[in-house]
Design a protein around this ligand. Structure first.
Ligand code: GDP
Length: 521
């Protein structure tokens, strides 16, 4: 099967680094939208639909990842949005299991920030290759070398500067692209990139003097030499293996570096790759249609319990109406009204290819982590649950509703909204999330959909680890720590820890037990 070109990617960043701005400009350059600013506005309209989504509105943030598609030079780009607020959720992490590469946006004034690092670690788990975009060079930022060194040191990556800013902030005179020997410069009152560019024979070209101030030119020549000589050369294999990151400097706001980024994704970012699966990895060229669900967006309409399951297509050519079997229920379903997500409108998809994302409406039959396939028998692996970073005890207001609560917690954890832990001793059920916002979503959905009034109380635990390894060693761990043991929804044994220190301590005492921060479904 010949597969049309796809680049399926996500943007990872810390809040305020400029992800939304860059997304808009990428879509604008990619021709998907005509007016920048539409991403947030349209999202707000679309989200006005259901109760719990009001939380998003109140907080002005997006709980749910969406998918945006644009085409350029014969390549279809699928950009998967990852919620960018501090209150991000497991969806943010899981979205990264459905991409083939990522763009890491960092603020030139701030460098690597906590959430950038967390998301980066998730990319590293799967060797997702990363292109770095140093944003906001139109403002005073940190020294470009210091930024490169920080990326290299903090993330243990080789860095390769692909372009260079001539000054930053008030002294910003443009961006020099090393491979093309092209200088792009601000013009007009807004000092945006409006097409002012020139090509040179190299950094030593005398003609550069006609474009830059004497100071700017001297600086560019000096810095460029150090930048090109002092860092790794671009190496496609090293990038694709997740060992090297090409770095582009730019300003999303002023349109610098944006087309360079699209060109880089087109030229270097990997097309869909073989996906880890049992009994064998699935090649995109396989003719059988397969995919996995990485996200379920529930309750678009609270009356109907509708859900949209987001499937990443891994192999084969999907056609509307075809029957696929979910690994969860094992009962084939006909996919009559799949949705492809375009920036402007949701369109009914007639066909889709590996790397594409399809929205499948359903009533709760599809779960996060499910494999869908034509013949069944395949199962994608490596779709982890991530150890929760926030744990709370669920306090029921009406004790007669225990059964409903248990059902709700099981449902919501299957859907991936929360994780639930049932302690081996006592009945203090614990919920875990990676972002605070998920807790608000939990409480409002418990009330709206299950008519269960509940509150959340402090939990004696700080984090959780899945337990595996030697049977005798596990028995030993359990015998000493009964009050710390719980089961998750699937009955897997979990160690509830009071602190990270506690985990280290137990690990030392029980070296044959494996404490895992992720659980594979
Ligand atoms: P997000 O939270 O990562 O999605 O960040 P936004 O795209 O919402 O940007 C955060 C703030 O930084 C907004 O006020 C943007 O206008 C501003 N911003 C984004 N990119 C740039 C840039 O390249 N230069 C400057 N000066 N400001 C920018």
């Amino acid at each position: 099967m010949t597969i049309p070109s796809r680049r399926t990617f996500a943007i990872i960043s810390h809040p305020d680094a400029g992800k939304t701005t860059l997304t808009e400009k990428l879509l604008l350059e990619g021709g998907a939208i005509h007016l920048a600013g539409e991403v947030k506005a349209r999202g707000a309209n679309r989200r006005a639909r259901s109760d719990w989504m009001k939380i998003e509105q109140q907080r002005g943030i997006s709980v749910t990842s969406s998918v945006m598609t644009f085409e350029r030079d014969g390549i279809t780009f699928n950009l998967l949005d990852t919620p960018g607020h501090e209150d991000f959720s497991e969806d943010t992490y899981r979205t990264l299991t459905a991409v083939d590469s990522a763009v890491m946006v960092i603020d030139a004034a701030k460098g690597i920030e906590p959430q950038t690092r967390k998301l980066f670690e998730v990319c590293r788990l799967r060797n997702v290759p990363i292109i770095t975009f140093v944003n906001k060079v139109d403002r005073e930022g940190r020294d470009a070398f210091a930024l490169l060194d920080e990326v290299a040191d903090a993330l243990a990556l080789d860095v390769c500067p692909m372009s260079w800013p001539v000054g930053m902030g008030g002294e910003f005179e443009g961006i020099y692209d090393f491979a093309r020997n092209r200088l792009r410069q601000p013009s007009g009152a807004s000092k945006e990139f409006e097409g002012k560019e020139a090509f040179f024979s190299g950094i030593d070209d005398d003609a550069l003097a006609g474009h830059l101030s004497a100071q700017g030119l001297a600086r560019l020549r000096e810095e460029a030499e150090l930048a090109v000589g002092g860092y790794a050369d671009f190496d496609l294999a090293a990038y694709r293996h997740g060992d090297l990151t090409p770095v582009y400097f730019g300003s999303a706001l002023k349109l610098f570096g944006v087309t360079e980024l699209i060109d880089a994704l087109a030229a270097h970012a990997p097309p869909p790759r073989a996906q880890p699966a049992e009994p064998a990895p699935v090649e995109p060229e396989n003719s059988e249609v397969t995919g996995f669900i990485f996200k379920v967006q529930a309750n678009m309409d609270p009356q109907h319990r509708d859900r949209i399951a987001f499937m990443r297509l891994c192999s084969g050519k999907f056609r509307r109406g075809m029957k696929l079997t979910p690994s969860g229920s094992g009962k084939p379903i006909a996919v009559h009204s799949p949705i492809l997500f375009f920036a402007q409108d949701r369109e009914i998809a007639d066909e889709a290819f590996p790397g594409d994302i399809i929205g499948i409406p359903n009533h709760g039959t599809l779960r996060v982590g499910d494999t869908l396939s034509e013949k069944a028998g395949v199962r994608f692996t490596g779709l982890p649950n991530f150890a929760p970073e926030i744990l709370r005890r669920v306090a029921l207001k009406d004790p007669t509703k225990t059964k409903q609560l248990r059902k709700a917690l099981d449902d919501l954890s299957e859907e991936g909204v929360i994780q639930v832990f049932y302690p081996e001793i006592g009945s203090n059920w614990i919920v875990g999330v990676v972002g605070q916002l998920q807790l608000d979503v939990l409480i409002s959905r418990l009330e709206a959909e299950y008519k269960v009034a509940a509150g959340l109380e402090a939990s004696p635990f700080d984090t959780a680890r899945w337990i595996s390894g030697d049977d005798a060693a596990i028995r030993d761990l359990v015998s000493f720590n009964g009050a710390n043991m719980a089961k998750d929804r699937d009955g897997n044994l979990v160690f509830m820890a009071k602190s990270a220190w506690d985990i280290g301590y137990q690990q030392e005492r029980h070296p044959k037990v494996k404490f895992s921060a992720t659980k594979e479904r």
